[in-house]
Design a protein around this ligand. Structure first.
Ligand code: H79
Length: 447
């Protein structure tokens, strides 16, 4: 049974409009975390900060007053949005998300509502506008990351404990609304907003305000895409309302983690945002611990597609606007794989066939083709495939740099071995594309 909510979910089930259809089919995105934190890059006063570089201010690893002066030296001479957009395009990204304002409150656009922005830095130019233009020109859709939590605004509170807090917070709410409407007015080609920093009690209590503001933003840019992090319902439930229904257009809870089964995503759209090292979003000059390879990221991307989600790889340019070599290598290697294999990712989603150990199935929503993406190459060179009743395999192609004929052997009713050609290069994930006919009553097994 469900209760009536004034500020709960607005819709049951997925959005069915064309803009959301475009989002659903992206497959791969690029996240960019860029701001003042890129200048210290995880180091201050000879000390190494082991936490996420963009959080250096919060634990006094770098004194707050020193951090708050960084805008006076923000002057990224190497910033080249066209080169960034070209690199993202070559990687295969269909959309990007840029931090317009992270938790520190520093704005990469010249906001008229605060002095804490690029306009007061020596750089003194808008960062966001040229970025939107460059990515738009490459055909990559732009989404704006916006942290509601703002360590710079005098009215920001995590809790509202006094009358004074409540008054101050009213000013902060107005400021937040102004900034969001300003962003949408400045960058009207924006396709959506990616919210963060919405976990504090003070914000959770603003269900009515946030609901109204979300409606207002959606009226400014029809079709605007907003995830489940923006607002809570009137009972303080986040992501999923009191009835368990998703709030917003897609589930935004998969940060540095992924679902494993289709049941984990409840029939909702979702994205996974992923860091290259374990937990660094902003530039850290000295990555420690495990750093993901391009093959690991490709596997996560394919797994996301196989479970109806988008996969977003994070980049953290340095204080001068250089993309670090490790990330450029990832972009290049993912791009090389995508160049021949992207049809197993773009426009692809879940396929209801029994999962096999060699990797993931994805289903192309436009062609209906079934893709087999092989990450665990079998010692036998044969891929086990179990098809539901009434499916006929019409043709199988090995795509990408490999080629050759697949030996299709029926081993049981509705169960096959696909024998891969000897010498198939499996140093990179191997992709097979299968044409199938469904619901064919004529299909007879050999048994
Ligand atoms: O922007 C990137 C990160 O900086 C940001 N989201 C991605 C996309 C982020 N990463 N981690 N967090 C936010 C951590 C949030 C930690 C929390 Fe807490 C733990 C929030 C509440 C409990 C830290 C400790 C903040 C408050 C208490």
């Amino acid at each position: 049974s469900s209760v009536t909510l004034e500020h709960g979910s607005k819709r049951l089930g997925k959005r069915t409009d064309p803009m959301m259809g475009v989002w659903r089919n992206y497959g791969l995105g690029q996240f960019i975390h860029w701001g003042l934190y890129a200048i210290p890059g995880g180091h201050w006063d000879g000390k190494y900060y082991s936490g996420a570089a963009e959080w250096i201010r919060s634990w006094n690893e770098m004194p707050k007053n020193a951090y708050d002066e960084l805008y006076k030296v923000f002057d990224p001479k190497a910033y080249d949005p066209k080169a960034w957009a070209k690199q993202a395009k070559d990687m295969g990204a269909k959309y990007m998300i840029i931090t317009t304002k992270h938790h520190d409150g520093f704005c990469l656009w010249p906001s008229q509502y605060t002095d804490y922005s690029v306009a007061k830095s020596p750089y003194n130019k808008d960062i966001i506008g040229p970025m939107v233009e460059a990515y738009d020109a490459e055909g990559i859709d732009v989404y704006l990351y916006f942290s509601v939590m703002d360590w710079n605004h005098p009215g920001y509170r995590s809790k509202l404990e006094t009358k004074e807090d409540e008054e101050a917070y009213e000013g902060f709410k107005e400021f937040t609304r102004n900034q969001l409407l300003e962003l949408l007015a400045f960058y009207p080609s924006t396709k959506g907003l990616w919210f963060d920093g919405t976990w504090d009690q003070a914000w959770i209590q603003q269900a009515a305000f946030a609901d109204e503001l979300e409606e207002e933003m959606r009226s400014v840019i029809p079709g605007l895409i907003i995830g489940s992090r923006f607002r809570a319902d009137e009972n303080g439930k986040r992501h999923f309302d009191t009835n368990g229904d998703l709030m917003g257009d897609y589930e935004q809870g998969w940060e540095r983690k992924m679902p494993n089964r289709i049941e984990d995503v409840n029939g909702n759209d979702w994205d996974c945002v992923m860091t290259v090292p374990e937990n660094q979003w902003g530039y850290h000059s000295d990555w420690k611990g495990h750093v993901k390879s391009s093959v690991e990221l490709i596997e996560m991307m394919v797994k996301a597609a196989s479970l109806d989600g988008n996969f977003v790889i994070n980049f953290g340019p340095d204080g001068q606007g250089n993309i670090r070599p490790e990330e450029s290598l990832i972009a290049k290697e993912v791009g090389e794989w995508m160049e021949s294999n992207a049809e197993a990712v773009y426009d692809c989603g879940y396929l209801d066939w029994e999962k096999q150990d060699w990797g993931y199935y994805t289903r192309n929503r436009k062609t209906g083709n079934v893709n087999l993406v092989v990450f665990n190459y079998p010692a036998s060179g044969k891929l086990r495939v179990k098809v539901p009743k009434g499916i006929k395999i019409q043709g199988i192609d090995l795509i990408g740099t490999n080629g050759g004929t697949i030996d299709l052997e029926e081993i049981h009713r509705d169960e096959y071995f696909l024998g891969l050609p000897k010498g198939t290069d499996h140093t990179k994930p191997v992709v097979l594309v299968m044409k199938i006919v469904e619901g064919d009553a004529e299909v007879q097994g050999v048994y």
